[in-house]
Ligand binder design. Structure first.
Ligand code: FAD
Ligand code: UDP
Length: 391
């Protein structure tokens, strides 16, 4: 064990939460040590070039989107952007469907052309009237009725969360839009783009922006707290782990990713399915809502990155039970899980020299922009408290 060293801020986790805070504090002249137990920076947003030469998102697809001009302006200091209209499909009853549900989906369902007025009338007849949907089942059946709920949502959600939609917050399925027009974009946010050279390059530039950031990979919290004394700790790991699981582990959902690559020659046979050469499937992401299929989705990220390469890689996502020691990918967005987290939140609020920031430390099903917003706000709070060292 090396001798104890001194730093101003010790930051656990090199995902968006940790890196944004490190960058902001270092820009103000503070010394920051960032550690991560993984062998790379970027957290779950990490991307890399695989053996087939394809840029892949190692921990599941990360579609950057936001309504915040402030966050776009902040990240744009470290990256240019590749604009993407993220589009996906759903595969059920042996065929591909337009998804999220829109007028094209309705025409596919009818098997003939239609229009907005007919679609609106049909939905009115299908909808279950619920004024204030309290869970994910109610939110979907109140928008599209039972048949489309069962076709697209029920099985997918059961596989993804191993919980019934009625036992999950309304916001889980409620974040999937319903459109009366033919807008097929998966997401609703104004700004939708990927970092032009990938997320890992963005993180590299962020961490190199000021001389004050030192990064140590392959180091976990237990080791870091022995190696560095600090003025203030920023923790972006799991809050239950920080407190040694005092109230027992919180519930999480985990994932197994299975990648498969295809050469240009192999892809020639898929051209009819993919609709264009060089691809395996017709969209960046295809969801598989049927319970008979063990995975939830297949992602072919080359559709979104726009990378010019002959080969392609697809990744199947298999949801699985989380066990201690595994990656806790998803906090569970459900009332009982929030209640369990509250006990840890109360403990966390008593730690005056520690900031708990990020998806795992605050146990929130947050997108990247929300985590970046949270980290920027926490950095400002710390700078108000400790002042700036910059001359
Ligand atoms: P993380 O990225 O999880 O980073 C935390 C880091 O802390 C990790 O690198 C971890 O190794 C490290 N760490 C944890 N504990 C310790 C410890 N004890 N010691 C040392 N290091 C530790 N968001 C979007 O906006 N768009 C998307 O399309 C999208 N898709 C997603 C798909 C999947 C499959 C998942 C799981 C998430 C997705 N997200 C998406 C959410 C996004 O990943 C998060 O919002 C973001 O990564 C959160 O950043 P973070 O820094 O809080 O956490
Ligand atoms: N969902 C679904 N069917 C789909 C897509 C999503 O039932 O085809 C539900 C599912 O519960 C999922 C949630 O909507 O967890 C949010 O979907 P999203 O694609 O945003 O999930 P993420 O990318 O966060 O895994």
């Amino acid at each position: 064990m090396q001798a104890e060293a001194q730093t101003d801020f010790l930051i656990i986790g090199a995902g968006f939460a940790g890196c944004v805070i490190a960058e902001r504090l270092a820009a103000a002249g503070w010394k920051c040590v960032v550690v991560d137990r993984r062998a790379h920076v970027g957290g779950n947003a990490y991307d890399e070039t695989d053996a087939a030469g394809v840029l892949v998102h190692r921990y599941g697809p990360h579609y950057f989107r936001t309504n915040s001009q402030r966050i776009v302006a902040y990240l744009s200091r470290f990256t240019d952007w590749h604009a993407v209209a993220y589009t996906i499909k759903s595969f059920a009853r042996g065929r591909y469907w337009s998804f999220p549900i829109n007028l094209n989906t309705f025409e596919e369902y009818l098997g003939r052309p239609s229009g907005e007025a007919e679609f609106a009338g049909w939905l009115d007849a299908q909808r279950v009237p619920i004024d204030h949907p309290r869970n994910s089942e109610e939110v979907v059946i109140s928008q599209v009725g039972r048949e489309l709920y069962e076709l697209f949502f029920e099985g997918y959600t059961l596989k993804q969360w191993q919980r019934h939609p009625r036992d999950l917050d309304a916001a889980v399925c409620g974040r999937i839009p319903l459109r009366m027009n033919r807008d097929e974009r998966y997401l609703t946010e104004e700004f939708q783009a990927l970092p032009e050279r990938g997320y890992t390059a963005l993180f590299g530039r962020m961490l190199e922006a000021s001389a004050g950031v030192e990064v140590h990979l392959g180091v976990d919290f237990a080791e870091a707290r022995k190696r560095w004394r600090c003025r203030h700790l920023v923790f972006s790991g799991a809050v239950d782990e920080y407190f040694d699981y005092r109230f027992g582990p919180l519930p999480y959902r985990s994932l197994r990713f299975e990648a498969e690559s295809f050469s240009a020659g192999q892809l020639a046979q898929r051209a009819a399915v993919a609709g264009k050469p060089g691809f395996w499937q017709p969209a960046m992401q295809v969801n598989y809502p049927e319970l008979a299929v063990p995975f939830t989705r297949i992602v072919e990220i080359k559709h979104a990155t726009g990378q010019q390469v002959d080969a392609t890689t697809i990744v199947r996502e298999f949801p699985k039970e989380w066990q201690r020691g595994e990656e806790p990918y998803y906090p569970i967005p459900a009332p009982d899980a929030h209640a369990a987290f509250q006990r840890y939140a109360t403990l966390a609020s008593t730690e005056s020299q520690v900031s708990f920031v990020g998806r795992l430390a605050t146990y929130r099903y947050y997108n990247m922009d929300q985590v970046i917003g949270m980290a920027l706000a926490e950095a400002e709070r710390l700078l108000r408290r400790y002042g700036s060292q910059a001359t």
